[in-house]
Ligand binder design. Structure first.
Ligand SMILES: Cc1ncc(COP(=O)(O)O)c(C=O)c1O
Length: 414
């Protein structure tokens, strides 16, 4: 059967994001700050409002609003299960990815002893570094690093067979860099780790809004992300492989449930926020085709990737041709998210962001984005880090043109 690909429904997509109506200093706002947090789809906002308006409650009550709360949480977990190809009981929610990772790393630390080793990456956001470092100090565990090559902006995997060895108990690595967009070969790293039965913890926070992720294909044991990066509210998500999750001795209050996934969910959860997760995932599914939600999510992501990559290529090309701009990106052959890090000669990253928002209505961010080791290796941290423009499926070619034209005028100023 011949099927012609439909154009990306950008008008329909944009109509679902109320924030896109914002005007700043007479200009429609261009949100290119997706890697810091995407805008929220209206159906997620409605679900948050609806949960509270209907009468929220705590769990385990024998009355309707309590039962409904449990059903809403379960529905959002089922949606996350479809998002990553996992089981509902493997999904836990929490304040954010960082907080969940601190809790998980401390629980894993209880298995470890002096002489054990963990492996971290120099390309990662500190949220997948510092919780493990803190645990390593507490438990006397040795830390080894997968280096990042500051020229290629990719992980250097040449010595992986020495870095990961029979003492390795855990490997923590990011799926994609939130600073420069490089997508890492996590499957390869995980397969090396699994030769020694090491646990693989994958930070999928930056990757999750951009492409379809299958936990088993990645061979991840722990997968972490945050719904506010993929069109939903501020809720952290942890997916832990059932066998491992069952064994984890999490820090928890004595009367709280001992079973998974609840044993990781300390205290009362952000019920209204959790209500917004399912609609955010269903927004992605609505962009795809298929019979099941999982199929629609995968297909939706293929459409998002195709759309975002065209815009990203346009921006990368225009910026690479501008004098005075240094792009920080891996080679074209390396898979990347539509995240573009750069610096502008004679302007600090902060000045660039300020001028772009004040004069062009383009919201972009500056800093090291907690990818501190890479920024230090590139020696750009002292001078404000990078400017980062990150795309989302609600961005348009016209917005890319406004951004490019703003930068073109900027580089010609001094
Ligand atoms: C790659 C990456 N990992 C982890 C985090 C931390 O996530 P959270 O804000 O949910 O703690 C971020 C946030 O920007 C991120 O981009």
């Amino acid at each position: 059967m011949n099927s012609t690909k439909q154009p990306f429904p950008i008008k329909l997509v944009r109509s679902q994001f109320p924030a896109l109506n914002r005007v700043y200093k007479g200009k429609s706002v261009v949100y290119f700050d997706g890697p810091g947090g995407s805008q929220v789809v209206k159906s997620a906002m409605d679900a948050i409002f609806g949960y509270m308006a209907q009468g929220g409650a705590n769990l385990h009550g024998s009355f309707p609003s309590s039962r409904e709360t449990e059903a809403i949480i379960s529905d959002s977990k089922l949606a996350v299960a479809d998002l990553f190809g996992v089981k509902e009981q493997e999904v836990a929610f929490g304040a954010n990815m960082t907080t969940l990772n601190f809790a998980i790393s401390r629980a894993i630390g209880r298995f470890l002893k002096a002489g054990d080793e963990i492996v971290l990456s120099e390309l990662d956001h500190r949220a997948n570094v510092d919780p493990w470092l803190a645990m390593a100090v507490d438990r006397g565990v040795t830390v080894r690093w997968i280096p990042v090559n500051p020229q290629t902006l990719t992980l250097d995997l040449n010595d992986l067979d020495k870095i990961i060895n029979s003492n390795t108990r855990l490997v923590a690595v990011g799926l994609a860099s939130n600073a420069v967009g490089t997508i890492n070969d996590v499957r390869y790293i995980a397969s090396q780790a699994h030769k020694f039965n090491a646990i693989v913890a994958v930070d999928a926070v930056h990757a999750a809004p951009h492409f379809s992720i299958n936990r088993d294909q990645l061979e991840a044991d722990i997968l972490l992300c945050s719904a506010y990066k993929f069109f939903g509210p501020h809720v952290g998500i942890a997916v832990i492989r059932e066998e491992l999750f069952e064994q984890l001795n999490t820090y928890k209050l004595a009367p709280a449930p001992k079973y998974i996934p609840d044993k990781l969910e300390t205290g009362t959860q952000n019920h209204e926020g959790i209500a917004g997760i399912k609609p955010a995932i269903e927004f992605i599914a609505s962009l795809g085709e298929g019979t099941t939600r999982k199929e629609k999510i995968e297909s939706g992501f293929r459409n998002i990737e195709d759309y975002e990559n065209v815009l990203a290529a346009k921006i990368r090309k225009a910026l690479s041709e501008m004098k005075g701009i240094t792009l920080y990106q891996a080679d074209d052959q390396v898979p990347r998210t539509p995240t573009i890090a750069f610096r502008v000669e004679k302007f600090s990253p902060q000045e660039v962001c300020q001028i772009m928002s004040e004069e062009y209505g383009v919201f972009i961010a500056d800093g090291d984005f907690y990818a501190t080791t890479l920024a230090d290796k590139l020696d750009i941290n002292r001078t404000g880090g990078w400017v980062r423009a990150g795309l989302a499926p609600y961005n348009t070619e016209e917005e890319a043109d406004i951004f490019i034209e703003g930068l073109r005028q900027l580089v010609n100023r001094r």
